[in-house]
Design a protein. Structure first.
Length: 352
């Protein structure tokens, strides 16, 4: 915007932040992301602002709430200006549906959005020749599978509890919305304390996984989870290499996925231990709070304002790590080393 040159260092930062593997088209990618997101936000702002006229007495108030609603949803910020999140709209399925779409736009990953845009605006004759990247295929498949599994799990774990006397359409939207928002959105249509401890732990797992790479969300990311899961199944079945959608995965990417997952477990587990030592609250609430911070979700069981300054600092650090990504965070401590001039003899170690 200032007309300054985007140098090698800036392009390297963009490449790292957007999880790209090459320098080509970095500035064009960022411009595309900005234009597409602004267009989506503008369209949804008009729709939501007009719809909110029925809730607010003045047009100015409806515009303000519509604008804040759209930005909070797309950025996966989870903030609200009602004081009750989306509970006032718990019976309004249109508002919930719009919110879920916006959260998905912000959480599914900008490269995916750009590829979908390129496909939609591709010449009709050439659409058959268009091929989505492996990243887009894996991301979208994992993302929507997690939404479905999340919704089913949230419903089933409280089938004889919260959902016992709730109608089918209310149960559908309660479970589906919490599944979408738990991954990164942070908005809620119900008091989460009404759900069981089992459901809280299940939702904590969803928050730990988080959104997709190069998105507004945090967590270990969907592709990391998918690669680790597929790697486990491949190893159990005796496979030698990981294959997805007729493509073989680079070993370096598998190493990154395992590193991210293992480091995330250490960080989250350590934070849970520290908070349980410092705070007189239940373990269930602490796990929920810590995974929510790491996934940059923002949901809580109501203990945030009761936490000590030290615990809040820990949560802020988790939010920072979760948002910038573990690989980017670890790059802070990475030092360039010269290649080893010799190798030691290898020896096998008993595992398991």
């Amino acid at each position: 915007m200032l007309g300054k040159r985007i140098g090698f260092r800036e392009r390297n930062m963009i490449m790292t932040d957007q999880n790209q593997t090459h320098f080509d088209g970095m500035v064009r990618l960022i411009k595309n992301i900005v234009y597409v997101l602004l267009a989506i936000e503008a369209v949804f702002f008009i729709i939501i602002a007009l719809y909110f006229m029925k809730y607010y007495s003045s047009a100015g108030e409806a515009l303000l709430h519509g604008f804040f609603f759209v930005i909070s949803s797309v950025s996966n910020g989870g903030f609200d200006i009602t004081g009750q999140s989306l509970i006032p709209y718990q019976s309004d399925y249109f508002v919930q549906f719009m919110c879920m779409i916006l959260i998905i736009v912000g959480a599914i990953g900008y490269p995916v959005i750009i590829e979908v845009k390129e496909y939609l605006f591709h010449k009709r004759k050439l659409k058959n020749q268009f091929h989505f990247s492996l990243f887009t295929k894996l991301t979208t498949t994992t993302f929507f599978c997690l939404i479905l599994v999340g919704a089913a799990g949230i419903f089933l774990f409280d089938l004889h509890g919260f959902f016992k006397d709730v109608s089918w359409h209310e149960s559908l939207f309660y479970a589906l919305f919490q599944s979408v928002t738990t991954r990164s959105g942070g908005l809620a249509t119900m008091d989460l304390n009404l759900l069981s401890d089992t459901n809280h732990l299940f939702m904590s797992a969803l928050m730990f996984i988080g959104a997709s790479p190069s998105s507004a969300g945090g967590g270990i990311r969907t592709t990391t989870f998918a690669l680790v899961l597929i790697f486990l199944f491949t190893f159990i079945r005796g496979g030698r290499s990981v294959k997805i959608f007729h493509r073989e995965i680079y070993e370096v990417d598998l190493n990154k996925a395992v590193t991210v997952t293992f480091f995330a477990i250490i960080v989250v587990f350590s934070s849970i231990i520290i908070l349980t030592l410092l705070e007189p609250v239940s373990l269930d609430a602490v796990i929920f709070e810590v995974t929510s911070a790491f996934g940059t979700v923002g949901l809580s069981l109501g203990i945030t304002d009761e936490l000590s300054a030290v615990s809040k600092i820990i949560l802020m650090i988790l939010m920072f790590i979760g948002r910038v990504g573990i690989l980017t965070f670890l790059m802070i401590f990475k030092r360039k080393k010269d290649p080893a001039k010799f190798n030691y003899p290898k020896e096998r170690i008993i595992i398991g």
